[in-house]
Write a protein that binds this ligand. Structure first.
Ligand SMILES: [Zn+2]
Length: 99
């Protein structure tokens, strides 16, 4: 099972209270049905989500995926920067690459 499809319910939770039968994330306050086991179900600034993302990144880094992706990203950014700076013919749309 990949990290993206995994069901995460190890966030700190507390009962919503009142008549609501569900729990919510104590970090960002989103309810369990809203979160639905997904990291993206938490608010973007949820401390648990940020921490979890970090842990997953470290895990991926160990497998080399992040490093590979970072290399590709950097390569594309460098290529684009170089290309738009020097090779783009004037009057032609910039940022268009023919592969
Ligand atoms: Zn949360």
């Amino acid at each position: 099972m990949s990290d993206e499809t995994k069901y995460y319910d190890d966030y700190p939770s507390e009962p919503i209270g009142g008549k609501n039968p569900y729990c919510r994330c104590s970090s960002c306050g989103r309810s369990a049905p809203e979160i639905n086991g997904s990291i993206e179900g938490h608010l973007e600034d949820c401390p648990w989500r940020i921490q979890k993302k970090k842990e997953l990144d470290i895990k991926r880094n160990k497998m080399g995926e992040t490093r590979k992706q970072e290399f590709i990203d950097r390569y594309i950014v460098t290529f684009l920067a170089t290309w738009t700076a020097s090779d783009a013919p004037l009057g032609k749309p910039r940022g268009f690459i023919q592969l």
